[in-house]
Design a protein around this ligand. Structure first.
Ligand SMILES: [Zn+2]
Ligand SMILES: [Zn+2]
Length: 194
């Protein structure tokens, strides 16, 4: 593996470059790939983030008058989002690891997006405002524009479908009840107040 000449003077970014390149090697050995180059670069960064080295790529993001740099193929917010998914799974908090201010801010925004997904109705973690809107829409049997769920079965609705917050598989459960749903694809157990 060869690292570009320019990192001779940017040694603190070598870890980030290696995180990406080593993940390429891993995916290649496992025979995991998409047909296109762009998709493979994204897969590589997402995998690096899930395996725990991806925060280095985000931390190499700098915009401070002296330099402007981004490494990897995800936007800084997307890195933050994937890191939040990993943090959730492993119960870790990468907040203190960041040395770059803009990288830290992107992490915070990405984490907020991941949290929004986890707290959207019919998930039980939804906030009171979302809950009230959900209950009203369920009574009329029709979800509002842009809602992350869809109703069926008339008014009030007797069924609701939504995407699994972990694997995005579409799930359908009975509406109007508190229940525990298990995603058939990724096995995640979801507390729902449908
Ligand atoms: Zn690459
Ligand atoms: Zn799932």
């Amino acid at each position: 593996m060869e690292v570009h000449e320019r990192f001779r003077t940017r040694r603190r970014d070598i870890g980030a470059v290696l995180a990406h390149e080593i993940t390429h090697v891993l995916l290649h050995r496992l025979g995991l790939c998409f047909p296109g180059t762009a998709e493979n670069e994204i897969l590589t960064d997402v995998t690096a983030a899930y395996l725990g080295a991806g925060w280095l790529l985000l931390d190499a993001y700098r915009e401070d008058g002296v330099e402007r740099q981004r490494l990897g193929y995800l936007t800084p917010e997307e890195f933050g989002y994937v890191l939040a998914k990993r943090a959730e799974l492993f119960g870790e908090d990468p907040s203190p690891w960041f040395t770059s201010h803009v990288a830290y801010e992107a992490w915070v925004r990405g984490r907020a997006e991941a949290r929004r997904e986890r707290t959207a109705p019919p998930l039980a973690g939804a906030g009171p405002v979302e809950r009230r809107r959900y209950a009203w829409e369920r009574r009329r049997g029709r979800a509002g524009e842009g809602a992350p769920y869809a109703f069926d079965g008339g008014a009030p609705a007797t069924g609701v479908s939504f995407s699994c917050p972990v694997c995005r598989r579409r799930l359908r459960i009975p509406a109007g009840r508190t229940l525990r749903a298990r995603c058939g694809v990724c096995g995640t157990v979801l507390e729902c107040a449908a």
